[in-house]
Design a protein around this ligand. Structure first.
Ligand code: HEC
Ligand code: HEC
Ligand code: HEC
Length: 253
């Protein structure tokens, strides 16, 4: 039933008694209108809750299934990436690592927490899906590309008012000094801002749905950079992308 109809029903139900309508009948109409409103609210709320559920993504668009399966893998165990390639520790994939966190403020990170829905992006993807204008595997997004729909810089994909807030400066944007300090106890600090010209996106290293990499190892391999469990070197990451996308020269490194 449309909203308009409900309103009309509700209007009728509260119409001042013309004398002809017996009281009993009017109460019945009121009750029906009430039930309709309750049902509509419940359906609306259900849609909202369902939209947050990862299954919503794959029900709406079956090519998302790969990403749902990827996300649902056991944490801290051997698994596979979005291309079906082995990953020795699933925690090296940010989507899996964040699904259940130990943080009390955010014990669980859903698809829509990272991929905040943008109506333009959804419409764009929807049209491409229906018209078949996409290829599989999907070409890889960087955080900057994912965030461009909201005119936000790439780093605010990870550090924003709801996630990794402690890395923000007073201007609400990522503070690189804080980022550098967060891992300063490591023998090789991956967040050290030594090369200004590198201007790395967070996703250059932190991969959502495949093994993360420390891009610095492309040049600093001689320093024996210790990789977190499951992470791969820059060369291994490049090799993977060449294997998955033969012919493509550069990758989203
Ligand atoms: C050069 C590679 C690289 C880049 C680029 C990078 N990181 Fe990291 N980051 C790492 C590594 C390696 C770790 C350690 C991960 C571990 O121990 O599991 C890490 C850890 C972290 C952590 C956890 C810190 C902690 O308390 O242990 C956060 C949060 C983080 N990065 C945020 C970011 C954000 C936000 C960006 C983008 C602005 C970013 N990183 C860019 C490599 C990188
Ligand atoms: C912790 C944040 C995070 C969560 C949670 C997350 N993603 Fe992602 N997602 C990313 C990042 C980062 C990328 C960029 C590509 C990459 O690194 O794999 C990405 C890329 C994508 C892409 C673009 C295609 C590509 O390979 O670049 C799709 C589609 C996607 N995610 C779907 C999902 C779905 C569906 C879920 C939930 C089942 C989900 N993501 C959960 C971070 C996340
Ligand atoms: C394109 C190659 C290249 C990449 C990629 C690269 N570096 Fe370097 N890095 C160098 C070279 C060459 C030097 C020595 C010259 C200098 O200091 O700039 C150096 C020096 C440094 C130094 C100064 C101390 C030292 O070890 O000599 C730090 C710290 C550093 N890099 C950190 C990083 C971090 C962190 C990353 C990844 C975010 C990174 N580098 C990525 C080439 C690279």
């Amino acid at each position: 039933m449309s909203d308009e109809k409900v309103e009309k029903t509700a209007e009728k139900a509260v119409e001042p008694e013309s004398g002809a309508t017996p009281k009993k009948k009017r109460n019945k109409k009121l009750a029906i209108a009430g039930i309709v409103v309750v049902v509509l609210v419940a359906v609306g709320a259900g849609m909202m809750v369902w939209h947050e559920d990862p299954s919503f993504c794959s029900t709406m668009c079956h090519i998302e299934q790969t990403y749902v399966d990827n996300y649902m893998q056991e944490q801290g165990a051997a698994g596979v990436d979005k291309y079906g390639k082995e990953v020795s520790n699933t925690n090296a994939m940010m989507a899996v690592l964040h699904r259940n966190t130990k943080a009390t403020a955010k014990p669980q990170v859903l698809c829509v927490d990272c991929h905040v829905p943008n109506m333009m992006e959804l419409a764009h993807d929807g049209v491409n899906f229906v018209s078949g204008s996409y290829s599989l595997p999907r070409d890889e997004r960087t955080a900057a590309r994912l965030n461009s729909w909201d005119n936000k810089p790439g780093e605010s994909f990870c550090a924003n008012s709801t996630c990794h807030v402690y890395l923000l400066g007073d201007d609400g944007l990522l503070d690189y000094d804080k980022l550098e300090a967060s891992t300063k106890t490591r023998a090789f600090n991956p967040h050290e801002q030594h090369h200004e010209n590198l201007a790395l996106d967070c996703t250059a290293c932190h991969k959502g749905h495949r093994a993360s990499t420390v891009v610095c190892t492309g040049c600093h391999q001689h320093e024996d950079v210790t990789l977190p469990d499951g992470w791969v070197t820059y060369d291994e990451s490049q090799d993977l992308m060449k294997e998955v996308f033969p012919g493509a020269s550069a990758t989203a490194a």
